[in-house]
Write a new protein. Sequence first.
Length: 365
Amino acid sequence: MSQLFTPITLGKLSLPNRIVIAPMCQYSADDGKATEWHTMHLGHLALSGAGLLIVEATSVAPEGRITPNDLGLWDDATEQALAEVIQAVRKHATLPLGIQLGHAGRKASCAVPWAGGGQLNRADGGWQTLSASDIPFTQHDASPAAMSLEQIEQLKAQFVTAAKRADRLGFELIELHGAHGYLLHQFLSPLSNQRNDQYGGSLQNRMRLLLEIYNEVRAVFPAQKALGVRISASDWVEGGWDEQQSVALAKALKELGCDYIHVSSGGLSPLQKIPVGPNYQVPFAETIKRESGLPTIAVGLITEPEQAEAIVATGQADMVALARGILYNPRWPWHAAAKLGEKVSAPPQYWRSEPHVLKGLFKND
């Protein structure tokens, strides 16, 4: 029996299988508001047979967007726009839905990737960015403003308000974005955090903001719903955030009751040297799972069903997340089930697409 297609529970949230659709920015919102694109994008992925779909990085504040076209959840208008999308998806899909909440910090105010992705100046629609310290991401970027303690309190309140909105929208899971060089990662890494107050210096101080936000969001997000964190396990730069600090963070999150950890890497420094290849981030997930005991999601160049099955079956991670691979093949879980001799959920409108040689592939439930 395939382990990839066995159920798993994150906190009190049950998932039908171990396949997660990772959050993927679409850069297609209108002033933070979800659009018809999101209905199409999330709608077709929700019919994939995956066990969990996590909506893209959604900013808790306008200045926290990576680009002017990023999705947001900071006021009634952004909440209502997303409500319309989620209602449409929910009408025809049964898989659990999550949302990733974040803030881009110094990596905000950028052009969309297909327009070059560089930082925008004010004349081109950009804005002043924020970070742990006034250190820019690249030497060509404008320096971010180092956040005051008052601004940090405001940020925590923004995460709490967004979490309440996510709950109202019916999301069953929230993922806090502490990875890929965005604001919470900027506080974690000594390369970007050179503060000398309670939020900088020691590992405990650099972890403080993420742990405080976790606690405050947990307090307002219902107990039956899952709350997890995505991290970059390494900056891939000497003297930066690394695996052992990630283990310490995972242990601290476990003590707070965290439901899972999603293990990626990189994104904080343009000096990173990443040995990209199949499973290149899986050893981080394996170490963090073993050392912390947290349910763990592995991600990064996991493209083949047998590869995903091996990761779960050997205990390297509890779940696998797909991103670009499922954009390329939105029925990846169907094909994985076929390869591994399992059954998978599909909408009844599509049952007749079941290949003749694979009768019984689709669950009629």
